[in-house]
Design a protein. Structure first.
Lengths: 130, 132
């Protein structure tokens, strides 16, 4: 089928979008931040696995270090999860509709689950546990 | 874009390249990242069950402490340390260093060695501290 679009119309939008650098750098910045955070998280996971509910609540309420670092770990971790899976989807899913659905799903899952996790950490840390 | 996607020329890559260590570890970096996406969701469930109270948290700990749960946690430990080590090599590459063939291959070997050693160390510590 012959296309009535002009050569310029066909070419538009196929080149560099001029905003890729920002997301590329954001993925690396979160990666650097996650190096110390993930080591702390593994160490914390070992302590949490050895204790029960009351021990975990005590761990999260005894000082401001654990809730703050756990909150940062969740926020930075979910930002990195979103950035990483976004690149995977953009690389392998070529069908425009499936790609759009998966990119939206990735964003919404990361935002919703991340928000639920941060809220839960704050709730326990600020003494709202029951 | 109403036009159907046209076949674009592709450089031959996976079909003609011999498998080598830097290539395999890079692919595994992506795979471990996808696995850790699931790990992030488990982390969120940890926080939510803790906020929900002792009963929910007890169920969470029972599920994660079961045999299938432990296998998942072991795999996630391995994926964590692997993704961490390979991620550092990728950051060095992003900074423009370490492209020498010998250095790159050594980094890939170091990544695998670190992931296995750190995972075993964590699970030995877990067994000794009663975390299992």
């Amino acid at each position: 089928m012959a296309s009535y679009r002009t050569p310029l119309g066909r070419a538009r939008g196929l080149g560099a979008a001029k905003h890729g650098v920002g997301s590329w750098i954001a993925e690396r910045v979160t990666a650097v931040a996650l190096v110390p955070l993930v080591l702390w998280a593994v160490f914390s996971g070992l302590r949490l696995a050895a204790t029960d509910y009351y021990g975990a609540v005590a761990w999260l309420t005894s000082s401001m270090v654990n809730p703050v670092l756990m909150g940062l770990f969740v926020i930075v971790g979910f930002l990195h999860m979103h950035a990483g899976l976004r690149v995977v989807i953009e690389d392998y899913i070529t069908k425009t509709s499936s790609r759009a659905v998966l990119l939206l799903l990735n964003l919404f899952v990361c935002a919703l689950v991340g928000a639920l996790a941060v809220f839960s950490i704050l709730k326990v840390a600020l003494g709202g546990a029951y | 874009m109403t036009d159907a996607p046209r076949e674009r020329p592709l450089s031959p890559h996976t079909t003609i390249w011999r498998w080598h260590l830097t290539m395999a570890t890079s692919i595994l970096h992506r795979a471990s990242g996808c696995a850790l996406y699931g790990g992030g969701l488990i982390l969120a469930i940890w926080a939510m069950t803790l906020a929900a109270g002792p009963e929910a948290y007890g169920t969470f700990k029972a599920v994660m402490g079961s045999f299938p749960g432990k296998i998942v946690m072991f795999a996630l430990t391995l994926a964590t340390f692997y993704h961490l080590a390979k991620g550092i090599q990728h950051l060095i590459w992003d900074a423009g260093h370490g492209y020498n063939l010998k250095t790159a291959t050594m980094g890939a070997i170091a990544t695998i060695a670190f992931a296995i050693a750190a995972t075993l160390a964590v699970w030995i510590i877990a067994a000794m501290t009663g975390a299992l």
